[in-house]
Design a protein around this ligand. Structure first.
Ligand SMILES: [Zn+2]
Length: 174
């Protein structure tokens, strides 16, 4: 349980929040959570139970406001204060050097909170909170991270962007 790269932690945060949007809940069972962690590069053994599932869902809702621009710096500082420890480098089990920010005995939820909070904090410090967003499509609530360009991206995908463009064209030309 570690941070191999800040990008990975940001992707983890985005994907975690997007497990529940306007679309149906994806983290419905411990097995689903286990699959989510494995798909995000966590090595076996990944053992999770119902308590882990509930705690991870709570962390997900604690992280969500960061993307909604709801006092994001305060939210991240609170998560870091509560879950992160002094960072330390490790090359345990023959892995490449990587940074740990959660306690060695952290639960999955505590590890996710510390890792995603540090990843998002580093990303926001580099790109601004404008780069962490909720999709602007009316029927979409997915969040995304996108390093700011001249015009910050507004939609999670080109699909949401073109759907919104078509809808507003139809509204103007009934
Ligand atoms: Zn969208």
């Amino acid at each position: 349980m570690d941070i191999q790269s800040p990008d990975r932690a940001v992707r983890l945060a985005v994907d975690l929040v997007n497990t529940r949007t306007l679309e149906p809940e994806q983290l419905t069972t411990p097995a689903r959570l286990r699959t989510f962690l494995l798909e995000h590069g966590e090595p076996e053994p990944v053992d999770v139970d119902e308590a882990d599932l509930n705690a991870v869902r709570a962390v997900r809702e604690a992280v969500r406001p960061v993307f909604h621009g709801d006092s994001p710096a305060r939210v991240l500082n609170e998560l870091l204060e509560q879950y992160a420890v002094r960072p330390y480098l490790s090359d345990h089990d023959g892995t490449p050097w990587h940074l740990h920010v959660a306690r060695p005995d952290a639960s999955w939820a505590e590890w996710l909170a510390a890792t995603t909070a540090l990843g998002l904090a580093a990303f926001a410090a580099g790109h601004g909170f404008d780069a962490l967003r909720v999709c602007a499509a009316v029927d979409c609530e997915r969040v995304f991270a996108h390093a700011a360009e001249k015009r910050p991206r507004r939609f999670c995908t080109p699909r949401c962007s073109s759907r919104t463009r078509v809808a507003s064209y139809r509204a103007r030309h009934p």
